[in-house]
Write a protein that binds this ligand. Structure first.
Ligand SMILES: Nc1ncnc2c1ncn2[C@@H]1O[C@H](COP(=O)(O)OP(=O)(O)OP(=O)(O)O)[C@@H](O)[C@H]1O
Length: 294
């Protein structure tokens, strides 16, 4: 079996006397979308914080492509794990393009002299970063507003901008914490299509969401956390029929959930036919960082 792109092994996190996570494991295979669901306070965001080095797990480990990740958020990003947050964290007084370029700079290797003197290597790197950032804005469907201040964007667009900034780091893994929170149904559907398009580019995704229809119609597999413990994991079909999940989390008859999910799956199929003509994110084939001197 191939090595998962991201793996959490028996991750536990204790705050004082509170066991926020107890031996939670997760495997994410390349090009897949895993959904993480569970009631409020189940430990979902804590788990993301452990995956991204923001928290050091009390016990357990996190591996990217088989290598243990460092316990440092900046190093985790450089290694290839990007994330968005439950509460939007943009730079509100910077332009839309500048926000994406912040993510892009993770991949730029400018020495201190280059950034002081703005030599040809620096300018070339900046130009490439601008082009890539503009491309990403188009990919997330935010074209033509590069010079707008981030704070002036409608809420849904700010969430898309956060995703563009995360993608600008060229991640192998993208972690999305409640990407549709506060969105209307059209924006939610657009976000679902965007995540499917991201998956098509080969980026693997873990997504936390409370909207179970969104999760079940989007994800390749679903993990359910309840009170810091993994209750069940598996394909959406298996998870949404699991009596423990229905009792502990869904609180709805399985047939009702099934009908809602089927409607969304059908919508995906219809969009899929149309999506063939939409923008495709160009794959970065040259791993050499922008602006790096030969
Ligand atoms: N830094 C912290 N210090 C102490 N307790 C914390 C800390 N972060 C989270 N917790 C606690 O850990 C538990 C899990 O919280 P977490 O935010 O991870 O849940 P969640 O599943 O993301 O919830 P929600 O769906 O409401 O966002 C909660 O009881 C929370 O109060």
């Amino acid at each position: 079996m191939s090595t998962p792109v991201l793996e959490a092994r028996d991750v536990s996190m204790v705050f004082g006397g509170l066991k926020a996570l107890q031996n939670v494991s997760l495997k994410l295979d390349e090009g897949k979308v895993v959904g993480l669901i569970g009631p409020n306070g189940a430990g979902k965001t804590t788990f993301f914080n452990c995956l991204t080095g923001l928290y050091t797990p009390t016990t357990g480990s996190v591996l990217l492509k088989g290598d243990v990740l460092p316990g440092d958020p900046a190093k985790v990003t450089t290694a290839g794990v990007a994330r968005t947050f439950q509460n939007i964290r943009l730079f509100p007084s910077m332009t839309v393009l500048e926000n994406v370029m912040v993510g892009r700079h993770v991949r730029m290797k400018q020495g201190p002299l280059a950034s002081i003197f703005h030599g040809p290597g620096y300018q070339k790197g900046e130009r490439a970063a601008r082009e890539r950032s503009a491309e990403l804005l188009e990919f997330v469907n935010l074209p033509g507003i590069e010079e707008e201040l981030a704070r002036n964007l409608p809420y849904g667009d700010q969430r898309r901008l956060e995703i563009a900034r995360a993608l600008a780091t060229d991640p192998a893994v993208l972690l999305l914490d409640e990407p549709t929170a506060g969105m209307n149904p059209q924006e939610t559907e657009a976000t679902r299509q965007l995540i499917l398009a991201i998956r098509e580019t080969g980026v693997s995704v873990v997504v936390i969401e409370h909207d179970i229809k969104f999760i079940f119609s989007l994800c390749d597999s679903v993990s359910v956390l309840v009170q810091g413990q993994l209750l069940v994991e598996g394909s959406p079909e298996v998870v949404r029929r699991d009596p423990r999940v229905i009792e502990a989390y869904l609180g709805k008859p399985p047939d009702e959930v099934e009908a809602e999910v089927q409607a969304m799956v059908e919508e995906t199929r219809q969009h899929g036919d149309a999506a063939e003509s939409t923008t495709v994110l160009p794959v970065v084939t040259d791993p050499k960082p922008e602006g790096e001197q030969a």
